[in-house]
Design a protein around this ligand. Structure first.
Ligand code: ARG
Ligand code: ZN
Length: 844
């Protein structure tokens, strides 16, 4: 039952325009459609099939004459004229019982929709595929005070509202919202003078948490005009916050719908990290108006065409608004944690997959984040000017069309004259390339020898060499740069590059700015890493040197029982006290490799990772570091207290991040006394939550946990944090029990995806706890996935990835996980989503 990219055929019928009327009722909403179909001149078949799921057909007519369609699996068929005709249809749906949160559903008393990828077929019968684009006119009848759809408002009165979207779009961009909502208004004038009304719609009580998102929206609109020449194209832009939402947000034309956690913000309830994420997601959804909506995808295999590009664009935006190095380092941390992990396991798939069972399972780190890396590599290879020109050509050529990766690459080939055939392998080959480096130095010539190899992934035993842009700089022995960043273009399996005229053997800084999503393998020593941490001019590689130093020391602790590495402790102390460095950078450099990173590194080295040992090694290192940096931590914590009124900008959040990293060290020595003072005095969530984490960490958090709950029990988003924190900071042997206890808390609600993730997702985010030898973590997660599956298959399926690393563990753990995976698979009526995920993870 998989669908294949190779089987793509164009639609037999095209649509000129669509009229929809909704008569809203919680359990019996009527949807009346009137659709003008015409034959596609490019196809011969006149077979007429419309997608439809969970619909009750009330009436169907063709050119006003009643017809009786064949209701078939997944939709209906009907005999139709061999000429343009009008399809009219009425169906009934049940939004109040739609817990899958796909199609039209209800959340806290409001109606809302999520159609991407294939949810529109749960609203009415339709060719629910992205290459069928049409203009929509929507009439909503009901008693809700606010009733919204895509496009511009046409008219409204008591009990109805009408909307018209003049831009042809696929059904996945359709949206409808109706509820008792209040708006935070704004205004934007585009550079060609269009006055745009902006609104953020929220439930009453949340209106005080919209100002930040509104500013982010205006900044995004300006940035897209300035940097990409993209202007907004309707008279109104609406954003709605919804509590129950499977993903982060959705770019519906003119009516973006957001998970409330990705839009609502206030200093008291949101952390600096929340603010930054909200700004990025507002930008992401807004940028989709061009990269996704005006130019959309021909089919779902092309998902990275809009997602990779839009993630790349939102990263550029964040780099411009905040600190580019900090953004890059954070993105690489996330890429390695999620995408490398995916690429290395049973769920590995290409940036453009060639088959899928359920497309919702492919909204992955590979498609989004690796997809964005591929755009970044392309830009680095062709240069900024050619990139800008190619994007402009792509926009001009394909505005209003549903496109493919080939269309995108053609624009680059046409502008640059470059043959991108080999580059295209980044779209078709799964797996993370390993890049081995050796070097030699003779007679003033320094040579780097590279060898690339991509391990086999499911369905792809053999890999061909990729085009790898390798940004390299060279440093002299005194720490001065002797060669600025140069981009080497590797295309062969093995390739060498020489640099002449050097007076001494240089220290190389390879893969600057993380110029390609590969794993660099190079034998080097602590001294060189400490040297790069001190002297590299490239912020990413400076950070990377510290990270590698920490990682190697931890690996030695784990494998050889070594003591914490003195070279690391000295180097990190020198870095942290260097006041010429950005505090945000220092805070990042004080981070340590995650338990999951270390587990993978060990597996790559042929050592079966033991989660408990990894956890203990990190604890030991943190304790040693706290002692080593004792005075410095006290100094930093005091020095970086922010006294100005709270601002969530890069500067203040960098200061808070460094002060809180220092607090983490202090708490390991003072039993939480300083953290308690910070908790008591905190007037913003960043400070409060950091202090609470430290208290939990030092085992003195019980009282603060209770006070936190009493203070925030009426704020769902804050209570999500409360659930998560207790589980991620639980000791490994208590984590499953803590999660289990919290699933019994009256505020636990499995129907709310945020709450479910805050609880069961948090368990998976505590690796030593989740993988505890008792197997209690596995069992608890499996149990809840089985319970959630009939309610919300999409969220269930996504969370199965907690098991994706199972093959790296010992036989006892593998047996327990296999048992749980089989238990899930054996569940009667298991959804297609979860069945696909679990079977792929379980493997052959
Ligand atoms: N297009 C949305 C975004 O990237 C994500 C929607 C995902 N929806 C889904 N059902 N998988 O912002
Ligand atoms: Zn997106």
């Amino acid at each position: 039952q998989p669908i294949y990219l190779a089987d793509y055929t164009p639609p037999n019928w095209l649509i000129d325009d669509v009229h929809l009327t909704f008569r809203l009722a919680p359990n019996a909403t009527r949807v009346v459609s009137r659709i003008a179909f015409r034959p596609n001149p490019d196809t011969a078949s006149r077979d007429f099939f419309l997608h439809g799921e969970a619909l009750t057909l009330i009436d169907a007519r063709i050119d006003q004459k009643p017809v009786t369609p064949d209701l078939v699996e997944g939709g209906l068929r009907c005999s139709v004229p061999d000429a343009p005709f009008i399809w009219e249809c009425e169906v009934e749906i049940d939004p109040a019982n739609n817990t899958a949160l796909e199609g039209l559903y209800m959340s806290s008393g409001m109606y809302c929709t999520q159609c991407e990828a294939e949810g529109f077929r749960k609203i009415t019968y339709y060719p629910d595929r992205p290459d069928v684009m049409a203009t929509f006119t929507v009439r909503i009848e009901g008693d809700m005070p606010v009733m919204l759809s895509n496009g511009n408002p046409v008219s409204q009165g008591p009990g109805f509202a009408e909307w018209h979207d003049p831009w042809p779009k696929p059904a996945y961009l359709f949206a409808l919202v109706a509820g008792d909502l209040v708006n935070h208004p704004g205004q934007f004038t585009t550079r060609s003078g269009r006055e745009v009304e902006l609104n953020i719609w929220v439930r009453p009580g949340d209106e005080g948490k919209c100002a930040f998102a509104m500013e982010a929206l205006k900044k995004s609109m300006t940035w897209d005009e300035d940097v990409y020449g993209c202007e907004y194209d309707l008279d109104i832009f609406n954003i709605v916050a919804v509590d129950d939402f499977n993903m982060g947000a959705m770019e519906n034309k003119g009516l973006n719908i957001f998970n409330s956690s990705c839009v609502l913000a206030s200093p008291e309830t949101s952390t600096d990290a929340n603010f930054e994420r909200i700004e990025a997601i507002i930008a992401h959804e807004y940028f989709h108006n061009w990269t996704g909506n005006r130019i959309t995808c021909r089919d779902w295999f092309q998902l990275c065409l809009k997602e990779g590009l839009t993630v790349y664009r939102d990263a550029e935006f964040t780099s411009d608004m905040r600190s580019a190095p900090v953004k890059r380092i954070s993105d690489v941390i996330a890429l390695r944690a999620r995408q490398f992990r995916e690429d290395n396991g049973p769920l590995a798939h290409p940036v453009r997959p060639e088959s899928f069972v359920e497309i919702n399972n492919f909204y992955t780190a590979t498609i989004y984040e690796k997809g964005a890396e591929v755009i970044g590599m392309l830009k680095r290879l062709v240069g900024d000017d050619a990139y800008a020109e190619a994007v402009r050509l792509y926009f001009n050529r394909h505005d209003g069309q549903a496109c493919t990766i080939e269309d995108w690459l053609s624009a680059f080939q046409d502008v640059t004259g470059r043959d991108l055939t080999q580059f295209k392998r980044w779209y078709s080959q799964a797996g993370t390339p390993r890049l081995k480096v050796t070097e030699d130095f003779k007679d003033g010539t320094y040579t780097l020898h590279f060898e690339q190899h991509t391990p086999a992934t499911p369905g792809q035993p053999q890999k061909a060499p990729q085009v790898i842009p390798i940004a390299v700089g060279l440093l002299g022995p005194n720490g001065h740069e002797v060669m600025e960043t140069t981009v080497l273009e590797m295309t062969e399996a093995r390739q060498s590059f020489s640099f002449e005229g050097l007076t001494a053997r240089p220290v190389p800084s390879i893969l600057r700015d993380f110029s390609a999503p590969v794993i660099l393998e190079r034998a080097t020593d602590n001294a060189e890493r400490a040297f790069l941490l001190a002297h590299d001019t490239d912020p990413f590689n400076k950070w990377e040197a510290g990270r590698a130093l920490a990682r190697d020391g931890l690996i030695a602790q784990i494998r050889e029982g070594a003591a914490p590495d003195a070279a690391y402790l000295d180097a990190i102390h020198a870095m942290a006290r260097d006041d010429s460095l950005d505090p945000a950078f220092r805070a990042l450099a004080l981070g340590l490799p995650s338990q999951d990173d270390l587990a993978q590194t060990l597996a790559d080295l042929g050592t079966t990772p033991d989660p408990q040992t990894i956890w203990e090694a990190l604890e030991t290192l943190r304790q040693a570091r706290a002692q080593h940096c004792q005075d410095l931590a006290t100094r930093l914590h005091a020095q970086f207290q922010v006294t100005d009124p709270y601002r969530p900008d890069a500067e203040q959040s960098g200061a808070r991040a460094l002060a809180n990293a220092a607090l983490g060290m202090i708490s390991r020595l003072d039993g939480g006394a300083q953290a308690q003072r910070q908790y008591d005095a905190a007037d913003n969530m960043t400070q409060q939550l950091a202090a609470l984490s430290c208290l939990l960490q030092s085992g003195t958090g019980a009282e603060a946990v209770q006070r936190f709950y009493d203070q925030w029990r009426h704020d769902r988003l804050v209570i999500d944090k409360w659930f998560t924190l207790q589980i991620v900071h639980a000791d490994p042997q208590d984590a499953a029990a803590t999660a289990a206890r919290l699933t019994a808390h009256p505020d636990f609600d499995m129907k709310n995806p945020n709450r479910f993730r805050a609880t069961l997702g948090a368990l998976a985010a505590n690796p030593a706890g989740f993988h505890h030898a008792s197997g209690a973590g596995y069992e608890l997660l499996a149990e809840w996935l089985i319970r959630l599956d009939p309610v919300n298959p999409q969220t269930t399926a996504r969370m199965c990835s907690a098991f994706e690393t199972w093959k790296r563990y010992d036989a006892a753990r593998q047996d327990m996980i296999a048992g749980q995976l089989d238990r899930i698979l054996d569940t009667p009526g298991l959804s297609r989503d979860t069945t696909e995920m679990v079977s792929r993870i379980r493997g052959a």
